[in-house]
Design a protein around this ligand. Structure first.
Ligand code: THU
Length: 288
């Protein structure tokens, strides 16, 4: 049975988004990677920049704000044979995380995951004071980050807002069927596309291909893409046409998630390129 760890979560900054489920995924991934037996509990608080500054000064004598602070339950060693292992508490400043995500050009969720992994590893006894232990800790951090589920980073609230913009740009003079698409890349950027129709119908383009071509024309490649989302003007969930599925299967990783919304966002379907186009024709087939 999959073990369930306890995340005692408090967002003191009253952020617009509920991030508990995100942090729970990270915590489970860390403990799974370390193959630790039993149930672990940690308390995580999202705090303001001022508060983390104050605590950094008080407990570490460092007079500046920081991104993450860890207070291990037992500084010396954690009681690993207890049925419930209390790892203590971790504090993260979302404001600083956001600024760092921007600076390093990656998604905000990646930065939050990184900081939480860092804090959790500290609470489990890892450190980076000496070169050798730092090497081990950082390698582990990266490994866990890269193992997070493929769809971890897509912020669906943001996607919905951008899909509204994308579909408002749709030029559907003939079908009146408006479609908007958004591609998220690993640097945290979202790329918009919409369907554009011509009086010679076949030379029109669908929103999905438009968004993917925009993304590629900006210099991105398959490895840079995290997900594709789309909205249509249908009350039902309109799925990509066959041509778009073919293009998606070649320009995106087959495992990439695809999020589909109906016109008023009351319905959402999460699927993947692989599910949309099983047994896809690939460039390998050309030379087989
Ligand atoms: N369309 C898309 O943009 N994406 C889809 O997934 C389905 C269809 C566009 C093409 C055309 O402009 C209009 O919708 C009607 O087919």
């Amino acid at each position: 049975m999959e073990q369930k760890h306890i995340l005692d979560y408090l967002d003191e900054t009253r952020g617009k988004r509920e991030l508990k489920s995100l942090f729970q995924i990270v915590m489970d991934e860390v403990l799974k990677e370390l193959k630790l037996e039993g149930t672990y509990e940690v308390s995580l608080s999202l705090v303001s920049k001022e508060k983390i500054h104050e605590l950094n000064k008080k407990y570490r004598n460092i007079d500046r704000p920081t991104d993450v602070l860890t207070f291990a339950f037992q500084e010396a060693d954690v009681l690993f044979d207890e049925p419930l292992v209390d790892l203590g508490s971790i504090l993260i400043s979302p404001e600083i995380a956001k600024a760092q995500a921007k600076e390093y050009h990656h998604p905000y969720y990646r930065e939050l995951a990184f900081l939480f992994i860092h804090g959790l590893l500290h609470s489990l006894g890892y450190d980076h004071m000496e070169e050798k232990e730092a090497e081990e800790m950082f390698a582990l951090q990266n490994k866990i980050l890269n193992q997070l589920p493929y769809d971890f980073y897509t912020d669906l609230n943001k996607v919905k807002k951008l899909l509204k913009v994308a579909s408002s740009r749709s030029k559907a003079d003939y079908s009146s069927f408006q479609v908007g698409a958004v591609v998220l890349t690993k640097d945290g950027k979202y790329h918009l596309g919409c369907n554009i129709e011509n009086s010679a119908y076949p030379v029109s383009i669908c929103a999905e291909r438009c968004a993917l071509f925009v993304t590629y024309s900006l210099g991105y490649h398959k490895e840079d893409i995290i997900s594709l989302s789309l909205v249509t003007s249908s009350k039902n969930l309109g799925t990509p046409c066959g041509s778009c599925r073919q293009v998606m299967s070649e320009l995106m990783d087959m495992k990439s998630p695809v999020y589909i919304f109906n016109c008023d966002y009351t319905k959402m379907m999460k699927t993947s390129v692989e599910e949309l186009l099983p047994f896809a024709f690939t460039k390998e087939d050309l030379h087989a």
